[in-house]
Design a protein around this ligand. Structure first.
Ligand code: GLA
Length: 679
């Protein structure tokens, strides 16, 4: 699996700093324009045609990518470990798994398909061992299955893995791709020689257009050069909006944050691309995969599966092929979803659908279960006395007066299709929330848990019966009645229980299930459930303690692994020339939580971007006590030295250390040097 380590994916290759100011490509270019008569710019020995006439390059009057492209790409799981047999087996699996029937079409070969040198005529040639019979043989195989083939090159002198690429060879290479029967080109940005993006990407667009083969054109310049503002004009069918995705929840959340403001650039034929899917890859839980997929569907993102289709669980197959969820992504109106609400770790994203419905994604980025809501009038829905919430994953419907709500587990998402409806056609929408007087519980301790059941429908609910399930060894006794005869619309009822932890129990998060059954409209009965948890924390620190010596409650990191007394790049922690013996090395976005039991009075650390990244990286450090921000640094970048933090944490039970992404998310090697809690 080492191939799947992001370190091996050329993540830290050199990204040149292109400057828009040298981009003399503002003139429109022709469809099928040729080099004659075109202005030529030469930078670094490379010539690019800057067209002079009046039609755009690679127009999609051919109706390519009318809806976000769907398919598979080799990179996220296989990186360079690819060959013709694998690609064919993936094509077989795409058919056999039902993915083809669900709409997946493109089988895309990423980097590493090419031989280390061009042939004597200057043509790209396939790697002799990996693709011994050529790309055309693979294309034939894929086409026979009713699928299409995609390929990869870079708008630079080499691909990101250092193999021959297409800058200065656009016309030749486009011709080869077309002759081989290629249907899709992903065009990367490595080794770009510092030449501005637009002319490089436009040149390939013109070359593709001149081939007379319909080739979907995917611009992979990582959101640089404001590509969203011109990607469609030069004939891009999709353009990457960020750096590379990995199978890491924090990284996926980082990418999500970078989609804000881009919706206006998406339209049929032209899509923002927040990068390929990690659904089903080892670094994500099934719940995280489902949330990632829900969000990508609401974002009208291209859906290029990035897992091993030959070997996926039934759960993952069901995520990738869910017809109702895919309908949200493929909705013909092509309107990209946007963020409608953000309360920190709880977000609501919504996409208006062409029939007037709305797809609403309630996202919980938090480490604990939470109830997330938005009102119908905050969406783009017609006025109605009630709205039907169809849970697209659970295939269940409820009827709400106005509140669109769900109790969502950590790193999870609920995806609703919301439509105007009537109060009686489905059970009333309810919320079942969970509240405890203690965030943490220790061995033998008792806590009071309150379950609250709320009726958000337009009609009354009768005979509510509430119950709670705790893990074996935990004792539960109800303190108030678990039954409630009547709950009118907009009203809540409560039951409290006392829950006692076993006298000996490992530090961990322990799940509780809250259930309610009820009667509505005549004698219909329905039951609902929601999950909560109680956390048994690790022992709190006693005396002055270096946090790198202390066990955390939970930790997330956007890339790599958290370094204890070393940087995320496994070097001694060094900021501004000072090396620290102790501390914690992270990478944005990261969040580490420590249980202090209210025993400590001060948190101290020297924070900054580690010297190992030179002047790159840009982050912010934030310290929270029991959820409240206690201090936050300005944006710190590589080479600017450290900032000393000295924070009063008297009475704080839970200390949270956060590193945020500011600007790009590369090289964010962030150190909490000499991080200590003092008594
Ligand atoms: C870049 C791209 C990735 C992948 C690799 C291949 O990092 O952004 O999606 O294509 O190159 O080397």
């Amino acid at each position: 699996m080492s191939e799947h380590d992001p370190m091996n994916k050329g993540r830290e290759y050199s990204l040149s700093n292109d400057s828009q100011s040298t981009d003399n490509s503002l003139l429109p270019v022709t469809r099928r324009s040729v080099l004659q008569g075109a202005g030529v710019i030469g930078i670094g020995g490379i010539s690019l045609a800057a067209g002079v006439d009046s039609v755009e390059a690679h127009e999609t009057d051919d109706h390519l990518a009318e809806t976000p492209p769907m398919g598979w790409n080799s990179w996220n799981y296989f990186a360079c470990d690819i060959n013709a047999e694998l690609i064919k087996e993936i094509a077989d699996a795409m058919v056999e798994s039902g993915m083809k029937d669900a709409g997946y079409e493109y089988v895309n070969i990423d980097d590493c398909w090419m031989a280390p040198t061009r042939d004597e005529n200057g043509n790209l040639q396939p790697h002799p061992e990996r693709f011994p019979n050529g790309i055309d043989a693979v294309a034939d195989y894929v086409h026979e299955k009713g699928l299409k083939l995609g390929i990869y090159s870079s708008a630079g002198t080499k691909t990101c893995q250092g193999l021959p690429a297409s800058l200065g060879h656009e016309w030749n290479d486009a011709k080869s791709f077309a002759e081989w029967g290629v249907d899709y080109l992903k065009y990367d940005n490595c080794y770009n020689q510092g030449i501005p993006g637009k002319p490089r990407y436009r040149e390939m667009s013109k070359a593709l257009d001149a081939t007379d083969r319909e080739i979907v054109y995917s611009l992979c310049c990582w959101g640089q050069y404001d590509v969203a503002t011109w990607g469609a004009d030069i004939g891009g069918n999709l353009w990457r909006t960020t750096g590379d995705i990995t199978d890491n929840w924090s990284r996926i959340m980082d990418i999500l944050d970078q989609q804000v403001g881009l919706a206006k650039y998406a339209k049929p034929g032209h899509w923002n691309d927040p990068d390929m899917l990690e659904v089903g890859n080892p670094g994500l839980s099934t719940r995280e995969s489902r949330a990632h997929f829900s969000l990508w569907c609401v974002l009208s993102a291209p859906l290029l599966a990035g897992n091993d289709l030959r070997d996926m669980s039934e759960e993952i197959r069901e995520i990738l092929t869910d017809e109702e969820v895919l309908t949200v992504n493929q909705d013909w109106a092509g309107s990209q979803g946007t963020k409608r609400k953000d309360t920190g770790n709880h977000e609501v994203w919504a996409k208006p659908l062409s029939n007037g419905d709305s797809a609403v994604c309630l996202l919980n980025r938090d480490e604990t279960t939470g109830t997330i809501s938005i009102n119908a009038d905050e969406l783009d829905l017609k006025n109605s006395s009630a709205y039907i919430l169809r849970d697209l994953w659970e295939k269940e419907e409820t009827s709400t007066a106005e509140k669109i709500t769900a109790t969502v587990p950590p790193h999870g998402a609920v995806l609703y299709r919301v439509r105007p409806g009537t109060p009686n056609e489905a059970p009333p929408t309810t919320a079942l929330s969970f509240d405890t007087d203690k965030t943490f519980i220790t061995e033998g301790e008792t806590t009071t848990v309150t379950g609250t059941f709320t009726n958000y429908g337009r009609i009354a609910i009768r005979d509510v019966d509430l119950s709670i399930d705790a893990p074996e060894g935990w004792s539960v006794s109800s303190k108030t009645s678990p039954t409630h005869s009547n709950v009118p619309p907009s009203k809540s009822v409560e039951t409290t229980w006392e829950i006692t932890a076993p006298s000996s129990v490992e530090p961990n998060q322990y799940d509780l299930t809250l259930s309610a059954s009820f009667v509505w409209s005549g004698n219909n009965t329905t039951s609902v459930q929601s999950e909560g948890s109680l956390t048994v924390p690790p022992e709190p620190p006693t005396g002055d303690t270096h946090l790198s010596n202390h066990q955390w409650v939970s930790a997330t990191i956007g890339w790599g692994e958290i370094g204890l007394d070393e940087s995320v790049g496994n070097n001694p922690l060094t900021i501004g020339g000072t090396t620290y013996e102790q501390g914690i090395g992270t990478h944005s976005r990261s969040e580490i939580r420590y249980y202090l039991a209210g025993n400590m009075s001060q948190f101290v650390a020297d924070v900054g971007v580690d010297d190992e990244v030179g002047d790159r990286g840009s982050v912010r450090f934030r310290v929270l006590g029991d959820g409240e921000v206690l201090t936050e640094t300005d944006v710190l970048t590589g080479g600017t030295g450290s900032v000393h933090l000295d924070v009063d944490i008297s009475g704080v039970e839970l200390l949270t250390l956060v590193v945020t992404t500011e600007g790009t998310d590369y090289y964010d090697h962030a150190d909490w040097a000499a991080a200590q809690v003092l008594e």
